[in-house]
Design a protein around this ligand. Sequence first.
Ligand code: ZN
Length: 108
Amino acid sequence: MKKLAKEDNWFKQNEKVMIEQAARTRERRILEAAAKREQEELDRLRTEHWMKCPKCGHNMETTILEDIEVENCTFCKGVYFDRSEIEALLLRRTSQRFSFYRSFFGLD
Ligand SMILES: [Zn+2]
């Protein structure tokens, strides 16, 4: 058998496997690129919206209110709690909670 005929035979036998491998590699690269774009978009949004008021878009500042950290909007005066912050508030005794709400609404 001539060398060229041997190569043709080898390619005929392996062509299907090579095409499938190339398709899997291409599919994996497409998925990786999509995941990278998605992560970049999440990072962009996080950077763009970090410490911005969800209501009016102005800057937020962290303040301590009755030992609980809360975020206040510097413009519309909205107050936002993280989950751990609201849980800490809810776990307080009733009298402490009352004091918190008095401070919160500026009644003290
Ligand atoms: Zn606001």
